[in-house]
Design a protein around this ligand. Structure first.
Ligand SMILES: Cc1cc2nc3c(=O)[nH]c(=O)nc-3n(C[C@H](O)[C@H](O)[C@H](O)COP(=O)(O)O)c2cc1C
Length: 192
């Protein structure tokens, strides 16, 4: 185990793909509103490092609404092929608009249209409503660059807590926690 959780994460993250994990960039994201109601969903990790962990979404989605009330977030990576999980907790903020724009521009055209067509997490009359909206935006932007919707962009999670979990024999799993204390990462071992 490294002394620094970001180096440790980078090591495990690079090892998980070699084991053939499906959706190797995905993680479970937990958020809660101001009353403490919790929800979890899968999103894709797009960047990671000492600056934090970045994912992209609709700021007006349910998760966006919860994060606007309560910026605390929890991430869970489970890599069964490696018998490992990583848990990360921290505080979320929106990334700068120009960074969201750069990433949006790099996406396939269909995904860009999808971002316009879907007001994520809102109730819709049905599938055909969505397909009609998609076709409408396809037509609207035909032959043009597609602008980024103002409500779409990235969040960066700045961690203050990590746990690296590795399966062990006889249920004696290995659990290493890193906690940020007065600006320094301190490492602990937890009972499994
Ligand atoms: C493998 C996988 C990857 C996903 N990646 C994203 C993502 O990067 N961003 C996103 O907004 N939703 C992603 N989704 C959809 C979310 O799980 C979720 O349905 C959506 O964001 C709405 O969540 P909310 O209503 O809680 O805000 C992904 C789903 C799966 C299964």
């Amino acid at each position: 185990m490294f002394r620094d959780p970001f180096t440790q994460f980078a090591r495990w993250y690079s090892e998980r793909a070699a084991r053939g994990t499906a959706y190797p960039d995905s993680f479970s994201l937990g958020t809660a509103d101001s009353s403490g109601s919790v929800s979890v969903r899968t999103v894709l990790l797009k960047e990671y490092g000492p600056e934090g962990f970045v994912f992209f979404t609709n700021y007006e989605s349910r998760k966006g609404y919860q994060l606007s009330q309560n910026p605390a977030a929890a991430m869970l990576f489970y890599w069964p092929e490696s018998s490992r999980q990583v848990r990360i907790e921290g505080i979320v903020s929106r990334i700068p608009e120009n960074e969201s724009l750069n990433y949006f521009m790099s996406r396939p055209r269909e995904s860009q249209i999808g971002a316009w067509a879907s007001n994520q997490s809102t109730t819709i009359p049905g599938r055909s409503f969505l397909e009609k909206r998609f076709a409408e935006f396809e037509e609207k932007f035909r032959g043009k660059d597609i602008p980024k919707p103002p409500y779409w962009g990235g969040y960066r999670i700045i961690p203050s807590w990590f746990e690296f979990w590795q399966e062990g024999e006889h249920r004696l799993h290995h659990r290493t926690v890193f906690r940020l204390e007065k600006g320094k990462w301190t490492r602990y071992t937890l009972a499994p």
